[in-house]
Unconditional design. Structure first.
Length: 186
């Protein structure tokens, strides 16, 4: 049974998105909402993110919206290290603090500030180990930060074939955009 879902994907800048008002954010959130809602019917209880700007923060928004209808759904934010937001822009830091204050569980994998990339690798492995499945917004033809989670997830899947890897692909988003445009023109 899938109770804990790790969600990640590209950082906003990797997608060329520099504002939450960007049209693409609407479609990404819609895709996340559809996938998470489908998993709720299978027993999903927890969504885990590390709090990165982009797909992970948008996932938090989606979870908070879903909690209105599914009050048992919980959000955990497990950061790679303390004070990960210190170099982010002020508006992103504010959104991050809001997410942390509304999350059901918050902790850091490493209880120290950033020291090395090893902390990020440990975080990826730890979060994959703590989850039953991963949902990634990812394009296999466009490298980026989700690749590291995917590598850890594939390693876990080799040892535990019940571990699932779900994707939201550019094709999925294109279909969603077309459906939305079709519905608007009806």
């Amino acid at each position: 049974m899938l109770q804990t879902l790790l969600v990640s994907g590209y950082k906003a800048h990797e997608l060329g998105i520099f504002s939450d008002n960007h049209e693409g954010v609407y479609y990404i959130k819609k895709a996340l909402q559809q996938r998470i809602t489908a998993l709720l019917d299978e027993g999903l209880e927890w969504v885990i993110i590390s709090g990165q700007p982009g797909v992970e923060m948008w996932t938090a928004d989606v979870v908070f919206e879903l909690q209105l209808e599914y009050p048992d759904l919980k959000l955990a934010v497990l950061t790679p290290f303390l004070d990960q937001e210190t170099r982010w822009k002020e508006n992103i830091q504010e959104k991050y603090q809001e997410i942390l204050s509304n999350a059901d569980f918050v902790d850091s994998v490493s209880r120290k500030p950033y020291e090395s990339p090893q902390q990020l690798r440990v975080k990826n492995q730890f979060l994959v180990q703590k989850s039953d499945a991963i949902l990634l917004l990812y394009d296999e033809e466009k490298d980026g930060s989700p690749k590291y989670y995917l590598d850890a997830a594939k390693q876990k899947q080799e040892m535990d074939n019940s571990y699932e890897i779900f994707y939201i692909t550019p094709y999925d988003l294109d279909v969603l955009v077309q459906e939305e445009q079709w519905n608007r023109n009806e």
